[in-house]
Design a protein around this ligand. Sequence first.
Ligand code: I3P
Length: 128
Amino acid sequence: INTLYVMFSQELEKAGLLNKTKIAEGGRKLRKSWSPSWVVLVGNSLVFFKDPKSQTPSSWRPGNSRPESSVDLRGAQLHWANDLSSKKNVFKLRTVTGNEFLLQSETDSLIKEWYKTIQNIIPPLVLS
Ligand code: I3P
């Protein structure tokens, strides 16, 4: 419900196919498992969808599939991380809760665009 609310109420900034693996959960290291994922940047969130075959950019609509997971970008950190993988064009996203993801694309221009867009959108963490 939160995710759907976010998707209907916030502006869609960017969407596309990237390779993704989660490498830490709450600061605990996880085993790498790369898989293609539709990544949607909307409001303060990065939302991941499975099954890229049924999720082409033109057919993607907020209501027609369930997100696999989503990341709250508030206070998140973004770093190029080519040292963390044998793949090229890898960056690491770390959330305030200690979840870490690697995102990758074979296309240099595409990954640079994603990096720039996420970097520019990460809102400052406001402590209440
Ligand atoms: C991992 C798999 C990953 C690789 C990772 C391997 O093996 O090959 O693709 O990461 O390397 O451990 P497995 O399938 O047996 O889990 P990269 O592709 O990012 O290099 P790593 O352990 O050096 O991170």
